[in-house]
Design a protein around this ligand. Structure first.
Ligand SMILES: NC(=O)c1ccc[n+]([C@@H]2O[C@H](COP(=O)([O-])OP(=O)(O)OC[C@H]3O[C@@H](n4cnc5c(N)ncnc54)[C@H](OP(=O)(O)O)[C@@H]3O)[C@@H](O)[C@H]2O)c1
Length: 268
C-alpha cells in the first residue's frame, strides 16, 4: 500500500515540490491549503485523484486541523508522514502591524503545527515522521522579521522537545530550516532584509530534498544550505561575532539582491 503524506501549504513552493518528489517515489499526498483552485491544479499536476487529494482549509481553523489526520486516514487508508509547511511572514517593524496581524503569524507558523502534530501522534503509522518546516530565521534573530523569527524559533524548540515526548515513541519528529528560497513567499525583494539575502538562494526542490533526507535518515534538523546553518549557529552562540560580521553580510546581501533582480529582468 502506498505511503501517505499530509503536506500543509501543499499547493505551491516547497510543499508542492515535496509532494511531487513523494509521489514520484510511489507515495500519495494529502495537500492542505486555503485556495481551492490552486489545490485542484496541484492535485492534477501530481496525477489526479489516484495519487493526491485536496483538503481546502485554513490551518488557523484548529478544529478542522485537529480532525485532519483521522479524516485523511479514512479517505486514503493511512498516514505515514506529516509535513507542517504552511507559513506566513509580515516584514518590517512590528509597529507597522495590527496586533491581529502579528497573532496570525504565530497562529499559522507555530500554533497550527503544534495542533497538527498533537493530532497526528496517534494516527501516523509506526516508524513514520512528522517534519516541521522552520527557517534559518529561527536560528538567529533577523531585524524586520521579529514575529516570524519568534514563531520559527518556537517551532524548532517544539520539534526538538516533542521528539523526546513519550507520546512520540516509535515516530520521528524532525525539522527542516531553509535560508532564502526562490518561491513567491519572499514577495517584494526590496522589503527582504539584506542580512537574509546574504545567504545563497536555494530552490523549492533543494528544500524538498532536505525534507526527504530528514525523513529517510531520521535527522533532528536539516538546514538548507548547510553552510547557512553553521553561520547562524555561530552568530547565535557568539553575538559579538554576529555584530562584527553583520555589515559585511549586509553588503553581500545588497549585492545579491541586485544580481537576482537583474537576472529576473533579463528573463522577463
Ligand atoms: N521561501 C522562503 O524564502 C522560505 C525561507 C525559509 C522558510 N520558509 C518556510 O517554508 C514554508 C513554505 O514556504 P514557501 O516558500 O513554499 O511558500 P509559498 O510558495 O508561498 O507557499 C505557501 C503555501 O502555504 C499555504 N498557506 C499559507 N497560509 C495558509 C493557511 N493559513 N492555511 C493553509 N494553507 C496556507 C499557501 O496556500 P494558500 O495561500 O492557498 O492557503 C501555499 O500553499 C513556510 O513555512 C515558510 O515560512 C520559506
Amino acid at each position: 500500500m502506498s505511503k501517505v503524506a499530509i503536506v500543509t501549504g501543499g499547493s505551491s513552493g516547497i510543499g508542492l515540490a515535496f509532494a511531487r518528489m513523494w509521489v514520484e517515489r510511489g507515495g500519495k499526498a494529502a495537500l492542505v491549503a486555503r485556495t481551492e483552485s490552486a489545490l485542484a491544479e496541484a492535485v492534477a499536476s501530481l496525477g489526479g485523484a489516484e495519487t493526491a487529494r485536496a483538503y481546502a482549509l485554513d490551518v488557523r481553523d484548529l478544529a478542522a486541523l485537529d480532525a485532519l489526520p483521522l479524516r485523511v486516514k479514512a479517505d486514503m487508508g493511512r498516514v505515514d508522514v506529516v509535513v507542517n509547511n504552511a507559513g506566513l511572514n509580515h516584514r518590517g517593524s512590528v509597529r507597522k502591524y495590527e496586533a491581529t496581524d502579528l497573532a496570525n503569524v504565530i497562529a499559522t507558523n507555530l500554533t497550527a503545527p503544534i495542533v497538527l502534530t498533537r493530532a497526528s501522534l496517534a494516527v501516523v503509522e509506526p516508524g513514520g515522521s512528522i517534519v516541521q518546516v522552520a527557517s534559518v530565521a529561527g536560528m538567529v534573530p533577523v531585524p524586520g522579521e521579529a514575529t516570524y523569527c519568534a514563531s520559527k524559533a518556537g517551532l524548532r524548540a517544539f520539534a526538538r522537545a516533542v521528539a523526546d515526548d513519550d507520546a512520540a515513541r516509535g515516530l520521528h519528529v524532525g525539522c527542516v530550516s531553509p535560508g532564502p528560497v526562490d518561491t513567491g513567499f519572499l514577495g517584494d525583494l526590496s522589503e527582504v532584509p539584506d542580512i537574509v539575502l546574504s545567504q545563497p538562494m536555494v530552490t523549492a526542490d533543494d528544500v524538498a530534498s532536505g525534507i526527504l533526507r530528514c525523513i529517510d535518515e531520521r535527522i533532528d534538523e536539516v538546514v538548507v544550505p548547510a553552510m547557512s546553518g553553521k553561520l547562524a549557529t555561530m552568530g547565535y552562540l557568539l553575538p559579538g561575532f554576529a555584530q562584527r560580521i553583520r555589515p559585511v553580510l549586509e553588503k553581500r546581501g545588497a549585492k545579491n539582491r541586485e544580481a537576482i533582480l537583474a537576472k529576473r529582468r533579463a528573463m522577463s
